[in-house]
Design a protein around this ligand. Structure first.
Ligand code: SF4
Ligand code: SF4
Length: 471
């Protein structure tokens, strides 16, 4: 087997081409730039955030979070702004007991612009930032060494005086990531493009698009020893991301263990099970009832659902605030959280070939199980008195009709099976077991102890003794 010797990661190869940087903006000389001039989001939120009563119990008062967009549609940003548990607002305000407040540097959400926005990034590169930082990537990493060959770039953020002669040049997302990842407390990929390459890495793409973990390499560990954290989905569930961030912050603060991640860096508690295992349509699959077109209520596997083999929790968590989410809203699973997405799931909305085995088996079993369940269901939908024959004191029972002799026999047989081995209440001469205790019964079917107690009370009353004087 071939052994890799000193193989460089794409990040290392990029920095080798670009070389080190040591020139930065002089913000005093820049003057006011953009709108609103010289406004920093951190300073605007600080009076409120600092007032948080119990959020500074650990060593960290705040943590910076640098958000970068690679080859992305911004859908991850949109889904995160809808997160509820916890919400972005509560993280920014340090509203969670024990958590440091998050100083977010997001190219769309922040109020800073131009060099003022880039200021914290520069400080992080120079290791003069006033608190630890994490980096977050949405969108895939493109191979900027390819674009450099023609003097262009695929995706970038801000300008820095990092040209060969100190001239300004656009800094690519890749470069920021390559320079900042080694010093980050954690590197988090959000969305399938950042976690596995996603749509920009589909067959035929010219950009060399790849995931954050492929860019940084398998040996990457953050400054605190954490491998790349992956929260996939296209778009991901916002709560999956904010909950993971909160778990990591608790760890950084020393209040919790390192959250459990699977071998692909996914939060294990969120991606450990398949969509199918929590799907609201699972019972239809089991009974062999399948939708034939969108809008049908049954299982969607025959119109292209890959749920049985896809790790995703959207059916139990919902898309936003426990509402919506693929099958809950009528959509088939196209495997958007998976490393093989999209190429291994196309063409979409076509029955996955492997599912034919289990759907055929479920159909066969279902043709037998469904009538049995329907029979029992109709029996359970009747009060017991409606099953009596003759004069029954309810008009509704007779609306439902008397049970036929065959039904009677079937239900009696079923009831006998149901009551076999019933240890809760079993006749034995004139004794019965009530909740496991043997109780004697009188001839008129009353518990004997009740009758004895009543007799004692009557005896005392006859003798004129008040009841509460009983010794
Ligand atoms: S709709 Fe998909 S996930 Fe749901 S039960 Fe059917 S195959 Fe499974
Ligand atoms: S159910 Fe499938 S398509 Fe829907 S979010 Fe999960 S992985 Fe993506």
């Amino acid at each position: 087997m071939a052994t890799r010797v000193n193989e460089k990661t794409p990040a290392e190869r990029l920095l080798e081409v670009l070389g080190p940087v040591d020139r930065f903006h002089d913000t005093d000389e820049i003057g006011d730039f953009g709108m609103p001039a010289r406004a920093y989001m951190e300073h605007m939120l600080e009076p409120v955030a600092r007032a948080g009563p119990t959020s500074r119990l650990g060593p960290l008062e705040k943590v910076h979070a640098f958000w970068f967009a690679g080859m992305s549609c911004d859908g991850c940003s949109v889904s995160v702004t809808g997160a509820q548990a916890p919400s972005i607002e509560s993280l920014l305000l340090g509203a969670h007991p024990g958590l440091p407040r998050v100083i977010l540097h997001h190219p769309v959400i922040n109020v800073e612009s131009g060099p003022h926005y880039m200021n914290a990034h520069e400080n992080a590169i120079q290791e003069t930032l006033d608190a630890p930082y994490v980096i977050i990537l949405e969108g895939s990493i493109s191979d900027e060494t390819k674009a450099l060959e023609t003097g262009g770039y695929w995706s970038g953020q801000g300008e820095e005086p990092w040209g060969p002669e100190g001239e300004m040049r656009t800094v690519t997302t890749d470069e920021w990531i390559a320079r900042l990842a080694p010093g980050a407390a954690a590197s988090i990929a959000i969305g399938t493009c950042a976690t596995w390459g996603g749509v920009p890495a589909a067959e035929g793409n010219p950009t060399g698009a790849m995931s954050l973990m492929d860019f940084l390499g398998q040996d990457y560990r953050s400054a605190l020893g954490v491998p790349v954290v992956n929260v996939p989905g296209c778009a991901p569930i916002g709560d999956n991301f904010t909950e993971t961030v909160a778990a990591i912050l608790y760890f950084l603060q020393g209040f919790g263990p390192l959250p459990e991640f699977d071998e692909l860096g996914r939060p294990a508690w969120l991606f450990g099970e398949t969509v199918h295992q929590h799907c609201v349509r699972g019972a239809y699959y089991e009974e062999g009832s399948y939708a034939q077109e969108f809008g049908d209520k049954e299982c969607l596997v025959e119109i292209g659902c890959w749920g049985p083999v896809v790790n995703c929790n959207i059916t139990s968590r919902g898309a936003i605030n426990h509402v919506g989410g693929c099958m809950n809203a009528g959509g088939a699973c196209i495997g958007c959280t998976m490393p093989g997405f999209p190429d291994k799931f196309t063409p979409f909305y076509k029955i996955p070939p492997g599912s034919r085995v289990s759907t055929t088996a479920s159909r066969l079993l279902g043709s037998f199980i469904r009538p049995l369940r329907s029979y029992t269901n109709s029996h359970l939908n009747r009060e017991t008195r409606w099953d009596l024959h003759g004069d029954v004191p309810t008009a509704w029972a007779r609306e439902r009709g008397e049970p036929s002799l065959v039904q009677d026999a079937g239900h009696k047989f079923y009831d006998r099976m149901r009551r076999s081995n019933d240890t809760g209440r079993k006749s034995k001469n004139d004794e019965e077991l009530v909740f496991g205790k043997r109780v004697e019964f009188t001839q008129d079917k009353r518990p004997k102890f009740e009758q004895e107690q009543e007799e004692r009370v009557l005896e005392k009353t006859d003798r004129g003794i008040p009841q509460d004087e009983e010794s």
